[in-house]
Design a protein around this ligand. Structure first.
Ligand code: XMP
Length: 319
């Protein structure tokens, strides 16, 4: 794709001109935007870039290992991996309000990030995977009153008071262009084609209290669901698909015994920008196969439902 090849070359020149011999720090979330920004900046300035990946304990299963394998081992990017799951899960104990979950995670994320970047000896620039729609949204948000439905803590978003200049090489791009750029940079399809994942992670997919045990149950169910979606060849046709672990127990029967365990809801939507969304029309055969596997393989779940609400009036996430 010559457009992306040209964009890549120009972006690299712009990054070099802006940064000079300065040091850049970039928060990696495992998502497409920060990942593509990091690889692009690394191509421009090499080891002047350090990435920081904070594991908040509410990532999908295996995600942290994948981030380390990709950025450190494959792209040779300097990467700090901080497992802060004890801290985050400790502070999330007893928190059930969705906005308070977001605020708690957002606050801790900044604390841990600042700690790690100080340990690296600081930096002159902060890199962010801000896209064109994010720019538009924040401009219109300051341009007049608006209704905030969710505070949208985004792991890439850090406060102004970090007193670093921003490097935002994706500011002119839309999501599909960022994906094309990632492919141009030789990034693996699992990263480039990946569904969006919210900054507060699985914490907002566990209505009620988030505990390590519930996170593990949800990770298992989510992994089975996504594995089935991938092997049915449906992953790329879906904007986002994920499981939600409900704070509701129901009675079931397993062998000769009665069970009393949690309900898992499955969600899958199509969308172009996340602003509106339609329910993905799986076949009953597919849904019953996934439900059967989850109930049989995941201890703690004995019933599965499929969310058939579009956005609006529903939102994509449950919290
Ligand atoms: P909703 O649930 O509002 O989600 O329909 C729209 C899109 O935004 C994502 N989302 C978030 N992303 N921090 C994020 O970085 C958040 O707090 C957050 N809440 C929702 C959601 O996954 C969907 O892609």
């Amino acid at each position: 794709d010559w457009t992306m090849a040209a964009f890549r070359a120009e972006a690299i020149e712009r990054i070099r001109a802006q940064v000079g011999s300065g040091r850049v720090i970039c928060g990696l979330s495992g998502g497409v935007d920060s990942s593509v920004a990091a690889v692009l900046i690394h191509e421009a300035i090499g080891d002047q870039l350090t990435c920081i990946y904070v594991d908040h304990g509410v990532m999908r299963g295996g995600e942290s290992e994948q981030v380390v394998a990709t950025f450190r081992d494959r792209f040779n990017i300097k990467l700090v991996h901080r497992d802060a799951s004890e801290l985050f899960l400790g502070q999330l104990a007893g928190v059930t309000d969705p906005e308070l979950k977001r605020k708690t995670i957002g606050r801790l994320f900044i604390e841990v990030f600042e700690e790690e970047q100080a340990k690296c000896g600081g930096a002159d620039f902060l890199a962010q995977g801000t896209l064109y729609p994010d720019v538009i949204e924040s401009v219109s948000a300051t341009g007049g009153p608006s209704v905030t439905i969710k505070s949208h803590h985004n792991v890439g978003g850090l406060p102004e008071n970090m007193r670093m200049q921003l490097v935002e090489p994706l500011r002119d791009l839309f999501k599909d262009e960022v994906r094309a750029l990632g492919r141009e940079l030789g990034m693996p399809e699992e990263i480039v084609g990946r569904h969006p994942f919210p900054g507060p992670g699985l914490a907002i997919r566990i209505p009620g209290e988030v505990t390590r045990e519930r996170v593990q149950i949800l990770q298992k169910a989510d992994a089975i669901y996504l594995e089935e979606i991938r092997s049915a060849g449906l992953y790329d046709a879906i904007w986002q698909a994920f499981a939600v672990l409900l704070p509701v127990k129901t009675v079931g029967v397993m062998g000769d015994g009665r069970t009393y365990e949690s309900v898992c809801a499955l969600r899958a939507v199509t969308s172009t920008d996340g602003m509106t969304a339609d329910v993905y029309p799986f076949t009953m055969e597919f849904l019953t196969r996934v439900a059967g596997r989850i109930v049989n393989e995941v201890r703690g779940i004995n019933r599965v439902t499929y969310d058939i609400t579009s956005k609006p009036p529903g939102t994509i996430e449950w919290e």
